[in-house]
Each structure stands twice: as structure tokens, then as C-alpha cells.
Ligand binder design. Sequence first.
Ligand SMILES: NC(=O)c1ccc[n+]([C@@H]2O[C@H](COP(=O)([O-])OP(=O)(O)OC[C@H]3O[C@@H](n4cnc5c(N)ncnc54)[C@H](OP(=O)(O)O)[C@@H]3O)[C@@H](O)[C@H]2O)c1
Length: 248
Amino acid sequence: MSNIQNKVVIITGASSGIGGATAKELASKGAKLVLAARREDRLKKLQEEIQNNGGQAIYKVADVSSREQMEELAAYTLEKYGKIDVLVNNAGIMPQAFLFKKKVDEWDKMIDVNIKGVLYAIAAVLPSMRERKSGHIINLSSVAGHNIYPGGTVYCGTKHAVRAISEGLRQEEAMSGTNIRVTNVSPGAVSSELLETTSDSEMKAGLDEFYKVAIDADNIARAISFAIEQPSDVGINEMIIRPTVQQG
Ligand SMILES: NC(=O)c1ccc[n+]([C@@H]2O[C@H](COP(=O)([O-])OP(=O)(O)OC[C@H]3O[C@@H](n4cnc5c(N)ncnc54)[C@H](OP(=O)(O)O)[C@@H]3O)[C@@H](O)[C@H]2O)c1
């Protein structure tokens, strides 16, 4: 039996891209999914697709930048399924621009979604995972969590923060003997709706060019699936997955 079978998995940002692909991949391996994002029509459609293919999924509309909604998401999962085995902390945005353009509202949003959202989701699931002495938290960082480039300053900052949070959480849980695994996933260019969150036309043109080599989100989904299906005493802590031809 797959080590994914019957695992209860919350996926934030499940309404498109990497989150959606991960939902389909894990559903095909027997996971019980809780799909979360803000666009209900997308979540409903994905739930139906998964169910039509014999998988199990429920959904909840939730904004990761709301601490209250993240607590509600965890409570809903516990009410419906009785446990949380895995959190795929995936929701994120990438409105990139040079700092001098002063898109301060976008900086705030990136910090709220990419950093606070990740922390709020961890805060919501950690108590029940610790109680059960079992769990797996998978955070989506990026190659932007390893590199820094002009125009990506704030986005890179948020993704470096995600990587720091992943490693800090891993060390805290390892020293506490809670059996909670932590995986930091750093994709390179992946086809998704992420570029649509960049409002700056100059930056967007550069990104469109850079993303011509982007790989499908399924490739990241399979990497996430690989991390989950390892035996419970094996932690896959860091994964970088780029297009073969991506240099930076
Ligand atoms: N694509 C890439 O090249 C790439 C590379 C490295 C890292 N990543 C990371 O991978 C993750 C997934 O991105 P993606 O490429 O799949 O992009 P995407 O297609 O734009 O998906 C992003 C998801 O996040 C959700 N989301 C955005 N703001 C949210 C909020 N406030 N509350 C809840 N959900 C929210 C969106 O759903 P709603 O709009 O319905 O809420 C959507 O489902 C992100 O963390 C991104 O930074 C992507």
C-alpha cells in the first residue's frame, strides 16, 4: 500500500498551478484532500474532477493571510477527517518590480501571503500534529529562496524567509522528537498562473521570456508526492526542481 493512501492532506493554493497538480497527483495515490484557496468555483471544479476519477476531496474557501481562516481550515479538516497528516503550504504570489517603483502595497501583500500565510497555516496544524506525534509540513519556497536578482528583491526575501522557516521548524521538531517531517520545495520556472500576479509591464515582459522554458506543474507534484511517500523515519528536507536548461 502507498504511504500516501488515506493520508489527510491540506493543500493551500489548490485552485491552480502547482497546488492543483499536487491535488490530482495525491488523489490518484489515495490521499484524502482538503483543497483551500479563495476562488470557490475553481475548488469546486477540481473537487468534482477528483471525485469523478475515484479520488477523495473536500474544499474550503480560505485566505491564507487570515489567521482566523487558517485556524478554521484546520478545524474543518479535523471535524471532517479527524486528523491532519500533511500540510502543503503552497499558496503564493509574485508581483515583482524594482524597489524604486515603490509598489509598497504589493510588498505588503507578498509578505502577508508568502510569509505570514505560511506561518498561519503552520500555527493552525502544528498542535494536532504534535498531539499525534506525526505529521508532515511541506513549504513551497523557490529558487528565489536560494538566489537574489534585480526586480525580485521582495519576492526573494519572502522565499528566503520560507526556507528559513522550513529549516527552523525542522530543527525544532527534530529536537522535540515529535516525528513531524518538514520539506522545503524550491521550484524553478513552472507553468502556472503565477506570472499574472506581476503588474509591472517591464518586469512581466522579462518574466514571459524567462518562462519560455518553464516545466509543467506535474513535475513539482511528483516531487511532493515522493517526499510524502517515504517511510515516516525519512525526511526529504530540501528539493530544488528546475527546468534542465534554467541557468539561475
Ligand atoms: N510557478 C513557478 O515558476 C514557481 C516557482 C517557484 C515557486 N513557486 C511557488 O509555488 C507556489 C504555487 O505557485 P503557482 O506557480 O502554482 O502559482 P499559481 O498558479 O498562481 O497558484 C497560486 C495559488 O495560490 C493561491 N493564493 C494566492 N493568494 C492566496 C491567498 N491570499 N489565500 C489563499 N490562496 C491564495 C491562488 O488561489 P486563489 O487565487 O484562488 O486564492 C492559487 O491557487 C507559490 O508559493 C509560488 O511562489 C512557483
